[in-house]
Design a protein around this ligand. Structure first.
Ligand code: FDA
Length: 309
């Protein structure tokens, strides 16, 4: 089954976009900011916090990067106008990191400055390993410039992460801790699931010891339980950590944690550039093979019309 799943994952880019879209709709609020506002309002009503992500990565020009920052200003305006309990999450390459570091810094700073005016927070996400140094440098520079309303992301699967925690310790950074979605070479990335879990818990422990706020972002039940055990052992206050989950992925974890009184934040992406994000989510979904096989069967079945494909 694992082999079959891997084969399906490899052929996913060949699956028609409309099919991918249908399978992936649970992971995305919708194409418009109004969709994100609706989903976040519903989440807030159920006691969940949220973070809003505008879909799209790798801006190729300064104009695209500026447009993306403008969209984030709209997100912040909506958060304030609608009184949402939410902040923004943003990818450096969407703000133009591939075009130039200074451009990216300028665009992120526009957003962070506006967020500070309304007492909102911005999480700078972590992308593939070619961006790690610049992203952490950006974080340090913005903090050095007095921006306190920003956080970073660290990836437990990267071998460098222990060192990054040490290097950032003087800032007492607000960190979202994840396993890491990007596939890197074995020289720089742990490949064994259990080794990644061990590193995740060690990094969590080091961050808590350094006084950081940690957003524990995982759908891995074992990791959730091990994190809870570390938090209990350290007697960490509930204002020093939270759990984060992606929209549409294992919501029962959020229910369990919220029922036990832990803060739970939902990651809510929206936008018209949904395809890459959807592929990543589907590739992680253990039911993917079943979905694709079922859809293919339906399309091949007698009586199927092209319109319903
Ligand atoms: P794992 O992949 O082992 O999944 C645990 C369980 O959840 C498994 O049973 C799995 O099948 C199930 N599951 C996972 N995804 C599913 C899906 N799509 N549908 C159904 N079931 C699914 N990464 C990064 O590199 N940079 C970043 O900035 C972020 N940001 C981020 C924010 C938030 C809020 C979260 C939750 C995650 C990220 N990530 C990320 C992604 C992260 O690095 C990681 O790839 C995913 O969270 C999957 O890893 P898990 O820890 O959930 O474990």
């Amino acid at each position: 089954m694992a082999l079959f799943h891997r084969a399906i994952v490899r052929m996913l880019p060949a699956v028609p976009k409309r099919v991918v879209r249908r399978f992936a709709s649970r992971y995305i609020a919708g194409p418009e900011l109004a969709d994100a506002v609706r989903v976040v309002s519903e989440a807030n009503a159920r006691g969940r916090l949220a973070t809003i992500d505008v879909l799209g990565e790798e801006s190729a020009t300064a104009a695209e990067a500026t447009e993306m920052a403008n969209e984030y200003l709209e997100v912040l305006a909506a958060i304030e106008r609608e009184g949402l309990d939410a902040y923004a999450s943003a990818k450096p390459t969407a703000f133009g990191l591939r075009v130039g570091y200074d451009l990216c810094r300028e665009q992120i700073e526009r957003v962070v400055r506006r967020a500070a005016e309304q007492d909102t927070f911005v999480r700078i996400e972590m992308e593939d390993a070619t961006t790690t140094d610049d992203t952490l440098a950006l974080y340090r520079e913005l903090r050095g410039a007095g921006r306190e309303n920003i956080g970073a992301v660290l990836q437990a699967s990267l071998r460098r992460t222990h060192g990054d925690v040490e290097a950032l310790a003087d800032l007492r950074p607000n960190i979202r801790l994840v396993k890491g979605i990007y596939i890197e070479s074995p020289e720089i990335q742990l490949k064994d699931d259990e080794a990644v879990r061990t590193c995740f818990v060690e990094v969590l422990d080091a961050l808590l010891a350094a006084g950081s706020f940690v957003a524990i972002a995982t759908h891995d039940d074992r990791l959730v339980d091990r994190s809870l055990a570390r938090i209990a052992a350290r007697k960490v206050g509930r204002d020093r950590y939270e759990f984060q989950l992606l929209l549409g992925v294992k919501p029962e974890i959020g229910d369990r944690l919220a029922a036990a009184g832990h803060r739970v934040r939902l990651y809510v992406p929206y936008g018209s550039r949904w395809y890459e994000y959807s592929l990543r989510r589907l590739q992680e979904n253990p039911q993917l093979a079943g979905y694709v096989a079922g859809d293919t069967f339906r399309r091949l079945a007698p009586g199927h019309s092209a319109r319903s494909a």
